[in-house]
Write a protein that binds this ligand. Structure first.
Ligand code: FMN
Length: 339
């Protein structure tokens, strides 16, 4: 029987040949410190596409230079970034994989020499700068920056966009009551804390009609943080706004000790999928084909995101297909080694 992991799935106009996703992973490899794609990035992403991953998602890519985590992040804040991004897509598409970009702004988690911003003037910890409270004008500019980045993503031939609303970065800083102490219409109630993400989704949708995913941190590991009920509320809003998939990660909002074990975040993807009736992505210590197949067959998630397992082995799909007694077509040039 054909496995679910290696069955195609469609989001709007885009068919993925299987459900293996390369999770976004910052490489901090932009040695020129201007956000421009380097040879390394092309090799890195093409290798996983050659390994038959269905969807390659590029790392957190900054929509504004001040929204980078480090000076070595990839960027999409300027047209100068387009040729490199286009080249990556050309190489991904050559292997019949689809491509996605994670649009990001680090907010208070930016480790840059310039002034950083956040919904409230609270530092992540003593090793980070204290951010300046972001002004209404800057909020508007940032929403515009996400929109312009989405236009560039279209020009660069990406198939899917993911908004990074997880791991304590800027959008997440608005969503969480731990980091958002504002008293204007962007803070306070959960309706207000959702407004920044709502505005970004609306702005992006004006210029992008392909699949749109959002990554959230569905557990803040803090008693005063957002609860599952809050995440269900946010997910319902995203569904109403036409989001195609919620990629369910956890943590990163405040310092916390996280006990990570195989599949530790899968229950979040499952709860949101089944309570909101929206597609979800599962991520976090998923390392075997059998584990991935269990998640899919039991309707706990729709896509399997893999990060570290794909760093170790770009040919992870081949190993997983063998485990599941499934067949995975070989890249033509590698057929003789594929038996
Ligand atoms: C090197 C590295 C860089 C990462 N960068 C990002 C990132 O840019 N955006 C993001 O949402 N998550 C990032 N993550 C988190 C992964 O996408 C993933 O959620 C996490 O590693 C758990 O999955 P795993 O157990 O398969 O590694 C990163 C993880 C690693 C190991």
């Amino acid at each position: 029987m054909k496995s679910k992991l290696f069955s195609p799935i469609t989001f709007r106009n885009i068919e993925l040949k299987n459900r293996v996703v390369m999770a976004p992973m910052c490489m901090y490899a932009c040695d020129t410190e201007d956000g421009i794609v380097q040879d390394f990035h092309i090799t890195h992403y093409e290798s996983r596409a050659a390994g038959q991953v269905g969807l390659i998602m590029l790392e957190a890519t900054a929509v504004q230079p001040e929204g980078r985590i480090s000076t070595k992040d990839l960027g999409i804040w300027d047209d100068k970034h387009l040729p490199g991004l286009k080249k990556i897509n050309e190489r991904i598409h050559a292997h019949r994989a689809k491509s996605s970009i994670q649009l990001a702004h680090a907010g208070r988690k930016a480790q840059l020499p310039n002034q950083i911003v956040s919904p409230s003037a609270l530092a992540f910890d003593e090793t980070y700068q204290t951010p300046k409270e972001i002004s209404s004008e800057q909020i508007e500019e940032t929403i515009q920056a996400f929109q312009k980045a989405a236009v560039r993503a279209r020009h660069a031939d990406f198939d899917i966009i993911e908004l990074h609303a997880a791991h304590g970065y800027l959008i997440n800083q608005f969503l969480s009551p731990l980091t958002n102490k504002r008293e204007d219409r962007y803070g306070g109630t959960r309706e207000n804390r959702y407004r920044f993400l709502r505005d970004i989704i609306e702005a992006v949708k004006q210029v992008w009609n392909g699949p749109l995913f959002v990554r959230i941190s569905a557990d803040e590991y803090h008693q005063d943080g957002n609860t599952l009920a809050d995440f269900i509320y946010f997910s319902e809003q995203m569904k109403q706004q036409g989001i195609d998939l919620i990629d369910c990660s956890t943590g990163g909002v405040v310092k916390a000790k996280i006990q990570a074990y195989p599949g530790y975040q899968v229950p979040k993807a499952e709860a949101i999928r089944n309570q909101v009736n929206i597609a979800t992505g599962a991520v976090g210590l998923i390392t075997t084909g059998i584990q991935a197949e269990e998640i899919l067959q039991n309707d706990r998630a729709d896509l399997i995101f893999l990060a570290r397992a794909l760093l170790r082995n770009p040919y992870w799909p081949k190993v997983a297909a063998e485990e599941l007694n499934d067949e995975l077509p070989a890249p033509t040039a590698y057929q003789r080694g594929w038996v």
